[in-house]
Design a protein around this ligand. Structure first.
Ligand SMILES: [Fe+2]
Length: 301
């Protein structure tokens, strides 16, 4: 079982470059083209921030671009919402977010959580569960009790090939800035996942590759598509740079889930896109970056 994990497409309503000069549709197209020789993909996972402005237009263009890639490879799809997404637009365009290779909705929505876009489906014996960590108007995320109770009920019965869980906000503390913007209740999720058949937890949001564990289960944060977040930025500053990436997740590897990052070709990779205040998430002027961020480093051999 082989997955391609994408996240943070940030497709805006209007085609063309966004306010930072990045064209998210072109970035996604280029990354998918660079992934064109991947073989044996069973599932494409997109872990949120599909539309930058929550728009149905952004969602629809993302669905069409990723959907064509999935269809050509006979791969199913599993999409979930991020903090930039809108549940109504997501549902209107993607339904449950669980689609077969032809784009047909194959998901079963969480019945008890009317305000939540969470669902489950099966792909060749693998159970895929999408959770909804969106808190409207906030950068940080949360999994409400009713959703966790549904998850606990779903996991009671193991699936033939185990389970993959995906949602937007990582249950890991990456840095002070990201700790305040990540999942607020990771221990509540850990209590539900502990001892289950979940083989991997796939998240996004940070636009950086990060690995950890929750209740002994591998947690993988895939780098963003639209930009990469440079975690070497000075304390208190969020710096986004150019560079799209994706992850191949191989569940059949003998050592357990294998996560392999694919970097799209980009002659501008590493070029600064924006700076933001790590506390307020307001954009900063480029010259507001502290001087020590550009201090020369000792040459290394
Ligand atoms: Fe996000």
């Amino acid at each position: 079982m082989r997955l391609l994990h994408l996240s943070d497409l940030h497709i805006p309503r209007q085609p063309g470059p966004d306010t930072h000069g990045v064209d998210p549709r072109a970035v996604l197209k280029n990354l998918l083209r660079d992934c064109r020789r991947l073989t044996d993909l069973d599932l494409i996972v997109v872990s949120g921030d599909i539309a930058d402005d929550g728009s149905p237009e952004g969602c629809a263009d993302a669905r069409d671009l990723v959907g064509a890639f999935a269809r050509d490879r006979s791969a199913a799809q599993a999409w979930c919402v991020g903090n930039h997404d809108d549940r109504d637009a997501f549902t209107a365009v993607l339904g449950t977010g669980h689609l077969d290779a032809g784009g047909r909705d194959i998901g079963q929505r969480a019945p008890a959580a009317a305000q939540v876009s969470a669902a489950t489906s099966r792909t060749d014996g693998l159970r895929v569960i999408t959770l909804d960590s969106l808190v409207p108007g906030e950068v940080a995320g949360r999994l409400e009790r009713v959703q966790l109770e549904w998850l606990r009920d779903v996991l009671v019965e193991p699936a033939p090939a185990g389970t993959v869980v995906t949602f937007h906000h990582p249950p890991l503390s990456v840095s002070p800035e990201w700790a305040a913007a990540s999942l607020r209740n990771p221990s509540a999720l850990a209590d539900v996942l502990r001892g289950s058949d979940v083989r991997a937890v796939l998240c996004g949001h940070v636009h950086a590759q990060i690995a950890g564990f929750l209740a002994g289960i591998p947690v993988w944060v895939t780098p963003g598509v639209v930009t990469r977040i440079d975690l070497t930025a000075p304390r208190g500053v969020v710096r986004a740079v150019r560079g799209a990436s994706a992850t191949v997740v191989d569940l059949d590897d003998r050592a357990g889930p294998m996560f392999h990052v694919l970097h799209g070709r980009d002659s501008d990779a590493g070029a600064e896109v924006y700076l933001a205040d790590g506390r307020t998430w307001q954009y900063l002027d480029h010259e507001e970056e502290p001087d020590d961020a550009r201090a020369p480093t000792e040459p290394t051999s």
